[in-house]
Design a protein around this ligand. Structure first.
Ligand SMILES: Nc1nc2c(ncn2[C@@H]2O[C@H](COP(=O)(O)OP(=O)(O)O)[C@@H](O)[C@H]2O)c(=O)[nH]1
Ligand SMILES: [Mg+2]
Length: 433
């Protein structure tokens, strides 16, 4: 693919504007024309330079003295070739080698972040960057920083976030451990894709570009490597325009081991995805548990029953009771989780939250909860009276009913108290909307 320098995209002043300028100048007294001409050139120069992108290349760096210099030099060379105004920001949080010294020698801006971690370092670097377009990438020379033109071009096409895809662009032999290449990355990317529906194949690619305004909307808060997943998930949640481009991953040129630790960082990615996916983690399992639990209780309330020839007795009723209560609690936590996500991302319209918000009222929750608790209590009282009347008999025939009544009482009490919590969170969510 041939790269066009960005200067070639530069729009010049509209001829109509130039004509208007000439006409205006002819009405101005001769002694002030020189002043007008200077103003005109300033306007023209200013217009052209405003049109050039200002790009910040932000590099997270922890003890990368062997390769940082190569990356910084590649970026500055690329800026010159592309006619881009730009800067390099090195985001460091505790390098003990010559990394920061090298960065300063090569005129990069060095940002020191006291909080440890890849995400923490990048957040500080991006905050300190002055560019309207930010490109991030490793400082181990595993990505080719000369590719930044491709990323910037996609941003100029109108995308908010551009991610590299190493599976499409090619991975040099030995550049990525086999465990990451064939298991960790594809599986975690698939889970993340299902959770946020972003059309991205490589959720962990470290080379990406985005606009500063898009970054602000993403509201990122993680400090470790899971920052990479959080960025895409939050961008998708905020309906930002995301795309990917094939890029090649090379073997890094350093002699030290990578900072990434497979299981620790893999788990941090998964933990983040699950925390922010209440539909899949809470609501779907809860709905299944509730349906099976309520079904078993309805079937066995009057006594043992047979299903497809199998005898189901009190043990299955105990299971039904457990599933009903656990299902309700998980459902309730899922609803609270959805509201919490909606609070964090007010721009994201959640259909579940707006549905609950329209139909839920504290009073209806309290009425439903107290009716259920009362019905269960009444049933238990009737059984108790029967027990008195039978002078303390075994009451075998009411054991199933007593089980369902107890479950109903607990469920009713849960509904009453959780209604207050849901009401509290919903009123907060309405305020933020
Ligand atoms: N400042 C800072 N940079 C980090 C940290 N962890 C990783 N990096 C940098 O982030 C980039 C990616 O890390 P790397 O070890 O290459 O991970 P990998 O590419 O996933 O194997 C490299 O440029 C590292 O120097 C950290 O805790 N702090
Ligand atoms: Mg790397």
């Amino acid at each position: 693919m041939t790269r066009r320098p960005f200067a070639a995209h530069r729009k010049d002043l509209d001829p109509a504007v130039i004509d208007f300028g000439i006409q205006l100048a002819s009405t101005v007294p001769a002694q002030q024309r020189k002043l007008c001409r200077i103003a005109f050139y300033l306007l023209k120069y200013g217009y052209s330079s405003v049109d050039k992108p200002f790009v910040s290349a932000v590099m997270p760096c922890l003890n990368e003295e062997e390769t940082l210099g190569i990356c910084i030099s590649k970026v500055f060379k690329c800026f010159v070739e592309l006619g881009i105004r730009g800067e390099v920001v090195v985001a460091d949080n505790g390098s003990t080698d010559r990394s920061t010294e090298i960065a300063q020698q090569l005129s990069a801006k060095v940002v020191h972040q006291p909080i440890p971690g890849y995400g923490a370092a990048l957040s500080a670097g991006i905050e300190a960057a002055d560019g309207e377009i930010i490109v991030i990438g490793d400082s181990d020379d595993s990505y080719d920083w000369s590719d930044i033109g491709l990323f910037i071009q996609r941003i100029r096409d109108g995308y908010d976030l551009v991610i590299g895809n190493r599976f499409q662009g090619g991975i040099e032999t030995g550049a990525m451990p086999l465990l990451h290449r064939y298991l960790g990355n594809p599986v975690l990317s698939l889970i993340a894709r299902l959770a946020c529906r972003a059309p991205i194949g490589d959720f962990h690619c470290g080379m990406r570009a985005f606009t500063k305004s898009a970054y602000r909307e993403m509201r990122l808060s993680t400090t470790g490597m899971e920052f990479a997943s959080e960025m895409i998930i939050n961008a998708a949640r905020n309906s930002l325009r995301i795309t990917e481009i094939p890029i090649r991953l090379y073997r890094d040129k350093r002699s030290r081991a990578p900072h990434l630790r497979s299981f620790r960082d893999g788990w941090r990615h998964l933990r983040f995805i699950m925390t922010y996916a209440p539909d899949h983690v809470f609501l779907i399992p809860a709905a299944i548990m509730l349906a099976v639990g309520v079904g078993l209780q309805a079937l066995l309330v009057a006594g043992p029953a047979r299903v497809f020839g199998f005898p189901l007795g009190i043990h299955f009723l105990a299971l039904g009771s457990l599933l009903t209560l656990a299902g309700y609690n998980v459902l309730n936590l899922g609803v609270l989780g959805k509201i919490a996500v909606a609070l964090k991302h007010p721009r994201l319209g959640s259909r579940t939250v707006s549905w609950i918000s329209k139909r839920f009222s504290l009073e209806s929750g309290l009425i439903l909860g107290s009716l259920l608790a009362f019905a269960g209590l009444l049933t238990d009282i009737v059984i108790f009276v029967q027990w008195i009347r039978s002078s303390g008999g075994s009451l075998e025939e009411t054991v199933h009913l007593a089980f369902v009544a107890s479950t109903t009482i607990v469920l009713g009490i849960n509904i009453m108290f959780t209604s207050f919590l849901v009401n509290l969170m919903l009123s907060e969510e309405k305020l933020r909307r």
